[in-house]
Design a protein around this ligand. Structure first.
Ligand SMILES: NC(=O)c1ccc[n+]([C@@H]2O[C@H](COP(=O)([O-])OP(=O)(O)OC[C@H]3O[C@@H](n4cnc5c(N)ncnc54)[C@H](OP(=O)(O)O)[C@@H]3O)[C@@H](O)[C@H]2O)c1
Length: 329
């Protein structure tokens, strides 16, 4: 089968499209034919050996997918060949077929169209992370104000539309007018261009000096401290990621002064440790999708051979919503 292979940690341009043997599922695993592999920021880190999880090269990147079951291991009872599924592979999905742990695979309704399967495969990680962050970590309440940094990116845009659906007043912050227009189309009430406007001053003006209740921060770098300084009394700052590269060093007196909290969000670990709660969140997300209450954006589709270009687009900060890789294209 064809697969993208990382032979040594390094840039996306070093990845190769190779013919490799179809992997065999172990007793608790399944083999899935990949219809769509979704591209997420952690994929750009894994190939460089910079992610929490470091598979030994050679390996195939690609952490999330949708497709259909080809075969199941001897101990797998809840899935069968032909089932349409979404799966978290951590790595391996930029390929025609991938082996995944059965506990990280969820069956989808058989009647799903190809287009719906594509959306399902592109939203598990982004919307799963943002719902977990807002609901389980920040315990967001209707009427509260939410500031989303990187608001047109994968997890950011998911936070915008989920925040709006949960009854929050959403302030979207991003680096271009085009990105802000996308955040607006997904429900943002207020917009801040943090490449040209002062984040703190704009938040003060938009909240009458009160500050925001929740910050959703997948960006880090230079934005984290002004965002934390902009939370109001009992505010919550969600630490989601560091797409800007630098992990900020924060003076913790800022947390004391507002009676506030910085809350870590680690969705992958949440899925492993609290599978029932995650299954409830996923059921909620797919219900909202069916009811047309959320509209996950797929802004570009790449054939398998161009998966490295998809990763480069993410690193170049040019992606909006999600980009996906289609092995069958
Ligand atoms: N904690 C978790 O469980 C979890 C789960 C999934 C992802 N994450 C993390 O969340 C972050 C975002 O992931 P994603 O998949 O949503 O990525 P994404 O689609 O690339 O979005 C990241 C956003 O960060 C902003 N950004 C600022 N500086 C950047 C830079 N130097 N390079 C790239 N982007 C930059 C960009 O928005 P502007 O141009 O508007 O600033 C971009 O839209 C990553 O750090 C990822 O590892 C965490």
């Amino acid at each position: 089968m064809k697969a993208i292979v990382c032979s040594a940690y390094g840039p996306a341009s070093d990845l190769q499209l190779l013919d490799i043997p179809v992997p065999e599922p172990g007793p608790k695993q399944v083999l899935v034919r990949v219809q769509v592999a979704s591209v997420n920021f952690p994929d750009t880190l894994i190939i460089q050996g910079k992610y929490q999880f470091k598979p030994a090269p050679p390996f195939t990147p690609g952490g999330e997918l949708a497709g259909s079951i080809v075969s199941v291991g001897a101990e797998v009872t809840h899935l069968k060949p032909g089932d349409k599924v979404v799966a978290l592979s951590i790595f391996g999905a930029f390929a025609e077929q991938v082996v995944v742990d059965a506990q990280l695979v969820a069956a989808l309704p058989a009647e799903l169209s190809d287009a719906e399967l594509e959306i399902a495969g592109s939203m598990t990680m982004t919307h799963g992370t943002s719902l977990h962050a807002l609901k389980d970590r920040a315990r967001a309440q209707p009427g509260e104000t939410l500031l989303v940094l990187g608001a047109a990116g994968g997890v950011g845009l998911a936070a915008v539309e989920l925040g709006k659906l949960m009854g929050l007043r959403v302030i979207a912050a991003a680096s271009t007018a085009e990105k802000l227009a996308i955040a607006r189309a997904h429900g943002a009430d207020e917009l801040i261009d943090y490449s040209s406007e002062d984040l703190r001053e704009r938040i003060k003006a938009l909240t009458g000096g009160r500050g925001v209740d929740i910050v959703y921060d997948p960006v880090g770098g230079q934005y984290t401290e002004p965002a934390l300084r902009s939370v109001g009394w009992r505010g919550r700052h969600l630490v989601v990621g560091f797409a800007a590269g630098d992990i900020p060093q924060i003076p913790i007196n800022l947390i004391l002064l507002k009676g506030s909290a910085m809350l870590g969000v680690f969705w992958g670990e949440f899925v492993r440790r609290e599978p029932e709660l995650n299954a409830g969140n996923m059921a909620q997300l797919f219900d909202w999708l069916r009811q047309g209450k959320i509209h996950p954006l797929i802004s570009a589709r790449y054939p398998l051979a161009e998966a490295p270009k998809a990763l480069e687009a993410l690193q170049a900060r040019t992606v909006t919503g999600k980009v996906v890789v289609i092995p069958g294209a």
